[in-house]
Design a binder for this molecule. Structure first.
Ligand SMILES: [Zn+2]
Length: 297
């Protein structure tokens, strides 16, 4: 090795060591200056690219360095909302689940604190194709087979774990997603126990027993409340996205699900009821997530 090469090699070693020092920790007096937790995996932020901890909870509206700053500040919980594109009677848009769960997830995250929200998963199981089952009999519904949905949830959870999240919570607005979410959460939590990463199915969000009880107290019958695109989900969408509901398009007379795609009598839906009903879901989800044991460090 020539003298010049030796010098170059030595300089390379010095630079590599310097870089390792820099990426290994924040310089004193940096913007957020959190202590870098060695237990948070993922790519460290190079010096000069640090950002303050973001106040926005939606991952899709953040840069990767902002997500990294949030993680380092202890925002290690992430909610994965799942929605669905399905028929909701003649009076309501197909994106009902997506709007409701996306909005609710952000509220839940804000209430919890130190929690971010992944983009809504729109494609969920809707049953068989030939012959078309359930909502797939109505134009516009889009479903994926259950194993595809399960793999998608797994891929999302694996990604979030790789980035450094430790508590990954699925919340689903659609009935057909619940069992799959439960199974995937259980399987991944067991597999990742050693790493201190857990995946939780936030089933309290979907439980509508409190909502039904409130409406019965207000004088509604179970038949009027309905089971799909009835008073509950119509009210919720009216509260969150009024343009998605056209009450003058309600099927008359209030008919069975099979004909109009709606069950119950959504004419009694109101935005005020929607606010009350969705607050119950948010409250239940916050309670369930807060009750989880502390993360293992
Ligand atoms: Zn649904």
């Amino acid at each position: 090795m020539s003298r010049q090469n030796v010098t170059a090699a030595a300089a390379g070693i010095v630079l590599a060591a310097l870089f390792a020092t820099l990426v290994g920790g924040y310089p004193a007096g940096s913007v957020s200056a959190p202590s870098v937790s060695a237990s948070i995996p993922g790519m460290p932020v190079p010096p000069g690219l640090q950002t303050p901890v973001p106040t926005t909870v939606e991952i899709k509206d953040l840069s990767w360095v902002e997500v990294r700053a949030a993680l380092e500040a202890g925002h290690t919980t992430v909610i994965v909302p799942t929605g669905g594109i399905e028929q909701n009677g003649p009076h309501m848009i197909l994106g009902k689940h997506d709007y409701i769960v996306g909005w609710a997830a952000a509220q839940i995250a804000k209430r919890l604190g130190k929690t971010l929200v992944a983009p809504v998963v729109s494609y969920v199981p809707q049953g068989g194709y030939e012959p078309a089952e359930g909502h797939l009999r109505y134009a516009g519904t889009i479903g994926v087979p259950e194993p595809v949905f399960a793999h998608m949830l797994e891929g999302i959870a694996r990604s979030l774990r790789a980035g450094g999240f430790r508590t990954i919570v699925f919340i689903g607005d659609h009935g057909g997603s619940q069992n799959v979410q439960q199974q995937v959460a259980l399987r991944l939590s067991n597999a990742w126990q050693h790493a201190g990463v857990r995946v939780v199915h936030g089933d309290a969000y979907y439980d509508d027993r409190q909502q039904i009880a409130r409406l019965v107290e207000a004088g509604e019958t179970p038949a009027a409340i309905g089971e799909h695109a009835g008073i509950i989900d119509t009210s919720e969408l009216m509260a969150i996205r009024p343009a998605g509901v056209q009450l003058d398009r309600i099927a008359r007379p209030a008919t069975a699900l099979v004909e109009s795609g709606a069950s119950g009598d959504p004419a009694s839906a109101t935005a005020e009821r929607g606010q009350m009903l969705i607050a119950l879901r948010i409250e239940a989800a916050v309670r369930q997530i807060k009750a989880l044991p502390a993360e293992k460090r």
